[in-house]
Design a protein around this ligand. Structure first.
Ligand SMILES: Nc1ncnc2c1ncn2[C@@H]1O[C@H](COP(=O)(O)OP(=O)(O)OP(=O)(O)O)[C@@H](O)[C@H]1O
Length: 347
């Protein structure tokens, strides 16, 4: 989000689940390493079905990603493509079935780099029985070793940093508006001084009128604290506004990634084009998913070859073979042989 100016936007930021701070070795930080690096991350669920055992659901299927310090990576895709599962895998709420996640070059489980997640709905993540100061300092309670006075002082600082008034910290969740509750969730995420926040649809549960305020708060906090964000959203206009780089997800895979300008202004993968065609604009206020796109195939029975080929307007015979995510235009990658000319060896 570096250099972005505050604007009027649409959509709010979600609630934050409390994560215990990661501890352990891993202090040998290497500034050459990306803050976050995912290699071939897979999250597969075994779903039992009747008498015949189970089916594997590939929610995340071989995802490799990088987030640099201070950078915002936008992760976009249709509902069900695996965005939330990926976000939860990044922060350790969902175990990987394959692949690795490293923070500054250190395996996440051994890393002392703090990461937190903010969810869509602040209402559901805040215990209604606790006052704001107690909610905000929940991660410090988990860590232990703080007096009540220290916690209240810290809660006051954090509340002010997210735009709440000091006297509000004694109030309970029902005494706050949706936007204020999301500010509490953000303050709570900041309590352990994270370097990376995963923002999972952070503004989509809020009134349109407060969405821009929360986005602008996140922009300010990022600039002040040099935070990195992994922003999960189906809202392309939000991603366009805040993301430095964008990764497009389809059926658990990244199909295109690059700078926000490359991907959003010059999409190359046919799926990215379809997704962007479906975004309403001033010229096309009623735009929805393109009719030719059809339904998202089931991730219980993945298509052979390119996962998008049955919906793709540009499909050719080569699309029946597995597709490789290949670099084009510098840092931009595309998983489509029609664009890159590359097919997987396994084909
Ligand atoms: N615990 C689970 N067990 C089985 N399947 C799951 C589980 N969690 C998610 N899935 C499946 O994994 C796929 C990806 O889900 P996920 O919620 O990550 O997608 P999403 O892109 O975030 O969608 P949305 O935007 O609607 O939240 C979906 O098909 C979903 O049904």
């Amino acid at each position: 989000m570096r250099g972005r100016t505050a604007i009027g936007l649409h959509r709010p930021f979600a609630s934050c689940r409390v994560l215990a701070p990661y501890r352990g070795g891993g202090s040998h930080m290497n500034s050459q390493q990306p803050l976050l690096a995912l290699e071939d991350v897979e999250v597969r669920y075994r779903v039992t079905s009747g008498w015949f055992g189970g089916t594997d659901v590939y929610a995340v299927n071989g995802v490799s990603l990088r987030v640099a310090e201070g950078e915002t990576l936008g992760i976009v895709g249709e509902s069900g493509c695996g965005k939330s599962t990926l976000g939860q895998a990044i922060v350790g709420l969902t175990p990987l079935t394959a692949g690795s996640i490293r923070l500054k070059g250190v395996d996440r489980a051994q890393s002392n780099t703090h990461i937190q997640i903010i969810f869509q709905d602040p209402q559901s993540s805040l215990d209604p029985r606790l006052p704001a100061w107690r909610l905000i300092t929940e991660p410090l309670h988990i860590r232990g070793g703080y007096s009540r006075k220290q916690l209240i002082e810290r809660a006051t600082e954090l509340a002010v940093s997210v735009g709440l008034r000091p006297e509000q910290i004694d109030r309970y969740p029902h005494e706050f508006s949706g936007g204020q509750r999301q500010r509490i969730a953000i303050a709570r995420a900041l309590a352990v001084e994270p370097e990376l926040l995963v923002l999972d649809e952070p503004t989509s549960a809020l009134d349109v009128s407060v969405q821009a305020q929360i986005v602008n708060l996140l922009l300010t906090l990022q600039a002040e604290r040099k935070l990195s964000y992994a922003l999960i959203s189906h809202d392309v206009s939000l991603v366009r506004h805040v993301a430095d780089r964008v990764a497009v997800m389809y059926l658990g895979q990244i199909v295109e990634a690059g700078t926000a300008q490359q991907v959003l202004d010059g999409p190359r993968h046919p799926y990215t084009k379809t997704l962007l065609d479906a975004v309403p604009s001033f010229e096309r206020p009623l735009a929805t998913i393109a009719p030719r796109a059809g339904e998202l195939p089931s991730n219980r029975k993945l298509p052979s070859g390119c996962y998008f080929r049955e919906r793709c307007p540009s499909a050719t015979a080569g699309c029946e073979q597995p597709q490789v995510l290949k670099a084009i235009d510098g840092a931009r990658t595309v998983r489509c042989h029609v664009v890159t000319g590359a097919l997987a060896d396994a084909g």
